[in-house]
Structure formats: structure tokens, C-alpha cells
Design a protein around this ligand. Structure first.
Ligand code: 5GP
Length: 141
């Protein structure tokens, strides 16, 4: 399997070299908004440990991501008044992975509304700012 490349975009976000619309952080994970959301509130959860995808992440680090996903998904549903939520995670290009640091997609869904195609529309930064503020406030409880 291809080795982890520490120059990927999410590794740069973790190191603070690139900005993000942060919604949640703890010792083990960071969650932030996707800048090309497939639905309003589309959030990405990543481990702080350098992992390419499910094929190289340790069980412990994967469980940290799963725990955060379980915490964020219902908060995202409530914040964006969604009817459901899609949780998705890609591994290797054949599956649709384009950023090679493991990430789980949390996409709030409305009844009868399809997801936008991946990377089809860059969201307005003001909207992302407002969405991140609302979701992070909900997660702070
Ligand atoms: P994948 O297809 O690898 O599972 O998903 C990669 C995701 O990263 C896509 O949904 C894409 O919109 C998102 N993305 C790409 N570049 C950036 C970026 O610079 N910042 C953020 N927040 N998301 C990004």
C-alpha cells in the first residue's frame, strides 16, 4: 500500500499551515466543514494520527474517529434541521478518495434532496463561517 504523505491538505490543516472551519477538536481528532459541501453542514472528521485511510489506521485511532462521528452526526442533524444523515468514508482512489488522510464525511440530509456531486461547488466563506459557528456551539452544548 502507498505510504502516508504528510504533505496532504488535511495534514497541513492539522499542523495549522492551512485554515479550516473548525467545529470540534479533542486530543485525538479534529472536525471541520468541507469547503465544497455536498449538503449543508457537510463535516469531515479526521484523526490527529497520520493515517492514509482504513487500511493503515490503528484500531484505537479509528475508534476515536468513530466516537467523534457518533457525537457530531446527531448535532449536525439538529443544527441543520435535517431528516437524516449520511456517514461515508472512502479508501483509495477506486472508492473515491482524493485526500489521503483518513476522513469520515458527515452529511446532513433532507427528505427527497440528493447530495451534490463531490467537489462540484465551493461554498461562500460567510456561509461556512456561520455554519461552523452554529455547529460548534451545538457541540459545546
Ligand atoms: P474524499 O473524496 O477524499 O473522501 O473527500 C475529500 C473531501 O475533501 C471532498 O469532499 C472535498 O470537497 C474536501 N476538500 C478538498 N480540499 C479541501 C480543503 O482544502 N478544505 C476542506 N475543508 N475540505 C476540502
Amino acid at each position: 500500500m502507498t505510504a502516508y504523505d504528510s504533505n496532504n491538505i488535511f495534514a497541513k490543516i492539522l499542523r495549522g499551515e492551512l485554515p479550516c472551519y473548525k467545529v470540534y477538536e479533542d486530543e485525538h481528532v479534529l472536525a471541520f466543514l468541507d469547503i465544497m459541501p455536498r449538503s449543508p453542514g457537510h463535516t469531515l472528521v479526521i484523526p490527529k494520527a497520520p493515517s492514509r485511510n482504513i487500511l493503515d489506521i490503528t484500531e484505537e485511532d479509528y475508534l476515536h474517529v468513530a466516537r467523534a462521528t457518533r457525537k457530531i452526526a446527531p448535532a449536525a442533524m439538529a443544527t441543520f434541521k435535517a431528516d437524516g444523515v449520511t456517514v461515508q468514508q472512502h479508501n483509495e482512489p477506486a472508492s473515491g478518495q482524493v485526500v489521503f488522510h483518513l476522513h469520515v464525511h458527515i452529511m446532513p440530509r433532507q427528505d427527497g434532496v440528493a447530495l451534490l456531486a463531490p467537489a462540484s461547488r465551493k461554498e461562500d466563506p460567510k456561509v461556512l463561517e456561520e455554519h461552523a459557528a452554529r455547529l460548534s456551539a451545538a457541540l459545546r452544548g
